[in-house]
Design a protein around this ligand. Structure first.
Ligand code: CP
Length: 305
């Protein structure tokens, strides 16, 4: 049996709370002069990024090193995938070399789950297509918990391209599991088919939703998608209707927390005036990514809470 993390549903509330408790311990480790513990000494973790990443890839690498694991980073470019080697043969080749866990990002939804069927080591989903990004949701919950403690009843508004966002999916599951009231907001063309089955309210009216939010979470707008979508219109129109513009940011109660998973498109989904507000948690989210991923790797490789 392996301890893969493919979806927030693998954890539930109890599992999320276990990760949060360990995150607090590992954050203490990170603040030491020598931020390292021997918890995973002798283990080798492969960071397999078949799609680009800055935050997730580097924070998994830092997390593994702080736990004293050896790391290798596999990227598509420069690998034998270009010679036609299959994904299955690629990951099994890594495991044949003695890798103890795989961290996988892939553009295809479900790729980490498929990989987990092919290998005997834990697989951590580092973002798959439009499916899920569970460690992003965990670091987001940890960041809000730092500011608000209990998430129960917190009105959380997630705004943007909900239909294509793995972050939206994982965050809806994680925040609702922790008792928050979640609303997703975006243009009708970018709301998910079947979204009525999500544990969230759905709206297209950002200005009305903003008045009732304790947290506003902006998603990255995939400019390439919106420009190619004749149904939606222009980026200018998107900004007017769904951007956290300087004008909207000025109307926010100072207690409203502003979040974004990065990378940000400043001037599109979020204006610089909003991204740089005192209430903006964007850099805290990134910082929490290291301790959260330490907790996830530790649990995946057999550590006990
Ligand atoms: N938030 C996030 O997943 O960022 P990266 O694509 O840079 O990893």
């Amino acid at each position: 049996m392996t301890r893969s993390l493919l979806s927030i549903d693998d954890l539930g509330r109890e599992g999320i709370e276990t990760v949060l408790a360990l995150t607090r311990e590992f954050r203490d480790v990170s603040s030491r002069p020598i931020p390292k513990v021997p918890a995973l000494r002798g283990k080798t973790i492969a960071n397999c990024f078949f799609e680009d990443s800055t935050r997730t890839r580097i924070s998994f690498e830092i997390a593994a090193k702080r736990l004293s694991a050896d790391t290798i980073t596999f990227t598509q470019k420069g690998s034998s995938l270009s010679k036609g080697e299959s994904l299955r043969d690629t990951v099994r080749t890594l495991c044949a070399m003695g890798v103890n866990a795989l961290v996988c990002r892939h553009e295809a939804s479900g790729a980490p789950a498929r990989i987990a069927q092919w290998v005997d080591v834990p697989v951590i989903n580092a973002g798959d297509g439009a499916h899920e990004h569970p460690t992003q949701a965990l670091l987001d919950v940890a960041t809000v918990a730092d500011h608000r403690g209990d998430l129960g009843g917190l009105r959380t508004l997630i705004v943007g391209d909900i239909a294509h966002s793995r972050v939206a999916r994982s965050n809806v599951l994680a925040f609702s599991a922790m008792g928050a009231q979640v609303t997703v907001c975006g243009p009708a063309t970018l709301l998910p088919p079947g979204g009525e089955s999500w544990p969230a309210e759905v709206t297209t009216d950002l200005d009305a939703a903003l008045e009732k939010a304790d947290i506003i979470y902006l998603l990255r707008m995939q400019k390439e998608r919106i420009e190619a979508d004749p149904v939606f219109g222009s980026i200018k129109e998107y900004v007017q209707m769904y951007g956290l513009t300087a004008e909207r940011a000025a109307r926010l109660d100072p207690d409203v927390l502003v979040m974004h998973p990065g990378p940000m498109n400043r001037g599109i989904e979020i204006a610089s005036e909003a991204a740089d507000l005192p209430a903006s948690l964007v850099e805290e989210q990134v910082a929490n990514g290291v301790a959260v991923r330490m907790a996830v790797l530790y649990l995946a490789l057999g550590g006990t809470p």
